[in-house]
Ligand binder design. Structure first.
Ligand code: PLP
Length: 366
């Protein structure tokens, strides 16, 4: 069997042709395709505005900037996610406050949020981990009660819904990534959604050096960033987003093969609660007691299957451990378990049913 990488974007001739069109036009920076891509995101997420930026982390950073969150403020984040979710809180000088996850869904344990809220808490960044919607409706109820902002980290979850409402439309902001590991890609890229015209204006301004146009004149209203997306990147993602529903359907079909064919005792398959849909950015399983994570990853790689661990227990990472000295084993046991026992299996549009079956058989032989 040829090597199957953990992830590989499905770039088609039509995608390449559209990128070529942009290259031939000479209009390379933020322009027509950025606008088109923003329009598609606005529709898919059913939000008032979508703003394209240079990557997913930048969307989270901008949201915190727009809210004026900084030193002395606390922001609640799940203990298990990609580190960017917490890094942006550090980046603005605020303090991430970790909440453990639910081991069935790998999403934030909503019941654990309220006890972490203090007079300094300003916002919650719930993550729709691995492409599965978290219980964002309940997070928003809590946030409203305590007057907190909600920034949905939907980096992995374009197209996910809770009770048919798209993620990215529940909170004050929805944050999406277009990294090649996500369902559609622009190489690097991110989209931030919001229903607030005031937030939209600030986001567009901060994306572009803090510039506000007044009577055809540039007013430098803030010390902003260059977080713009190029039209080259936007054309690549725009071409793919037009077939998003097909991509998600294909991934669902492949996931079902894993569900039907992985029978290895002790391995816990993903769980999708009622009312949620999973977009399968990652097919993440938990290993049984008898399977060591590093050995299992190596064993499957030896079989030409590119598996890896799924996400990080963030407070256990070097920077966070040194700064906050939190004992994850007692404070975030589920996050630590997911970090130490979770593995991600390949699942993407380019794989065939046969390849998924072959992977399932190798997993059964572990
Ligand atoms: C991918 C990812 C990000 C960061 O996105 P980039 O585009 O790589 O900056 C943030 N949060 C989560 C949960 C992610 O999976």
């Amino acid at each position: 069997m040829d090597f199957i990488p953990l992830a590989s974007p499905d770039i088609r001739d039509a995608d390449i042709e559209l990128v070529n069109q942009v290259l031939r036009s000479g209009m390379l920076i933020q322009g027509a395709y950025v606008n088109k891509l923003e329009g598609e995101f606005r529709q898919i997420t059913n939000t008032g505005a979508a703003i394209a930026v240079s990557n997913g982390t930048a969307t989270l950073h901008l949201a915190l900037k727009v809210l004026g969150i900084g030193p002395g403020d606390e922001v609640i984040v799940p203990a298990f996610s990609y580190v960017a979710t917490a890094n942006v809180v550090e980046l603005v000088g605020a303090t991430p406050i970790f909440v453990d996850i639910d081991l069935a869904t790998f999403n934030i344990d909503v019941a654990g949020i309220e006890e972490k809220i203090t007079s300094r808490t300003r916002a919650i960044i719930p993550v729709h981990e691995f492409g599965l919607a978290c219980d964002i409706a309940s997070v928003c109820v809590l946030a409203k009660k305590h007057n907190l902002f909600v920034i949905e980290d939907a980096a992995c979850a374009l197209g996910a819904t809770q009770n048919d409402q798209p993620v990215g439309s529940f909170g004050d902001f929805g944050s999406f990534s277009l990294h090649p590991r996500k369902s559609i890609t622009s190489g690097e890229g991110g989209i931030i959604t919001t229903n607030s015209p005031a937030f939209e204006q600030k986001l567009r301004q901060l994306r572009n050096h803090g510039i506000e146009m007044e009577g055809g004149k540039m007013i430098f209203e803030e010390a902003g960033f260059n977080y713009r997306m190029t039209d080259i990147q936007a054309a690549l993602a725009y071409s793919q987003i037009l077939r998003l529903q097909t991509i998600l359907k294909d991934k669902q079909r492949l996931a079902e093969i894993y569900f039907n064919e992985i029978k290895r005792e002790g391995i816990v398959l993903p769980y999708v609660p009622k009312g949620m849909n999973h977009t399968w950015q990652t097919f993440h399983v938990l290993l049984g007691e008898d399977l060591d994570q590093a050995h299992t990853i190596q064993a499957l790689r030896n079989e030409n299957i590119g598996v890896n661990y799924g996400a990080q227990c963030i407070p256990a990472q070097k920077y966070y451990l040194k700064k906050y000295e939190l004992d994850s084993a007692t404070l975030f046991p589920n996050a630590l378990r997911a970090y130490q026992k979770g593995i991600a299996l390949p699942l993407y549009e380019k794989l065939t049913d046969k390849q998924i079956s072959a992977i399932a058989q190798k997993v059964n032989k572990l």
